[in-house]
Design a protein around this ligand. Structure first.
Ligand SMILES: [Fe+2]
Length: 300
């Protein structure tokens, strides 16, 4: 069955473009991957994806696109058919993409109005083998969204895009996989918006190195460092200059895509953070509010 197989990138419109660009390049340690049509692209050095973040200036801080990968053009076409059958509003039909790196894909709004792309055949880059202690992001690890009807949104990603449920935290947070990573997506109740984007670090030492670098650059940790139970990954949360939450994580569990059986983790302090030694908590993260541009396409 055709399905999404990974995350490609997240595009943002931000009010202070200069500050966001400087943050991702100088502090977060992504690398410049080129500019096209006023869009600035950043790659993760440890991964072959052409870019993982795209920024452009906008009067609102908004999500422009969350881009997923499919394996083939036939998969893109099949997923487009499923999205249409599910009643989603399509931004553009499958076509040759004019975005940096090209490829073939389509865009649509989720039932909540967040913008997504599914694409294949995009240009790849040559990754660099990262060394322990460099503290540089390898790739996007996962994305977390809020939804006013989080159970319906879980069903959407499973039934339409082919994700599988990996675990639940109580009855409110669902972790979903689209490859062997325990989760590439998680969904929480709340207004329709992005909660955070996480980046894999090579080891926990790399996550700690990244935390130190950000602290020295004036971006202190909002929550962590700690280790979640679902996925067993370490975590550390920050906010970008324009207020988007981002995470350094490491050691995310890998599972068998076909056979992994989900379980329900009971919420509690040591479920959210097995170490229990970090600062903050979910309450110290940005308060979720609806994305300001639901059902408004950033580009045709
Ligand atoms: Fe996370």
């Amino acid at each position: 069955m055709s399905r999404v197989t990974d995350i490609r990138y997240v595009g943002y419109g931000v009010a202070d473009l200069a500050a966001e660009r400087a943050f991702y390049r100088d502090d977060w340690k992504l690398v410049d991957a080129g500019e096209k049509d006023g869009m600035f692209h950043f790659a993760a050095e440890g991964h072959g994806e052409g870019y993982v973040v795209r920024l452009r200036e906008d009067s609102a801080n908004r999500v422009d696109v969350i881009a997923f990968a499919a394996d083939t053009r036939a998969d893109v076409d099949a997923l487009h058919g499923k999205v249409v059958a599910a009643g989603c509003r399509v931004v553009f039909e499958p076509k040759s993409l004019t975005t940096l790196g090209g490829g073939y894909g389509f865009r649509f709004f989720s039932p909540d109005g967040l913008p997504f792309e599914v694409s294949s055949d995009v240009e790849v880059r040559t990754p660099r083998q990262l060394d322990r202690w460099e503290g540089i992001p390898q790739n996007i690890s996962h994305i977390v969204l809020h939804s006013p009807d989080h159970r319906a949104m879980v069903a959407f990603f499973v039934d339409v895009l082919g994700f599988r449920v990996s675990d639940w935290l109580g009855d409110f947070m669902c972790f979903l996989r689209c490859n062997t990573a325990h989760h590439r997506l998680a969904i929480l109740p709340g207004p329709p918006c992005l909660n955070h984007v996480a980046y894999d670090m090579l080891t926990v030492d790399d996550m700690m190195t990244g935390i130190r670098r950000l602290k020295l650059a004036g971006t202190d940790i909002r929550w962590g460092p700690g280790r979640h139970t679902a996925g067993n990954n370490t975590f550390s949360y920050f906010t970008t200059p324009n207020g988007f939450a981002v995470e350094y994580t490491s050691e995310l569990e890998h599972v068998d895509f076909e056979t992994h059986v989900d379980q329900i983790h009971q919420p509690g302090p040591t479920t959210m953070d097995q170490w229990g030694t970090g600062v903050g908590g979910p309450q110290t993260m940005p308060h979720p509010k609806p994305d300001p541009c639901l059902f408004v396409a950033a580009e045709a």
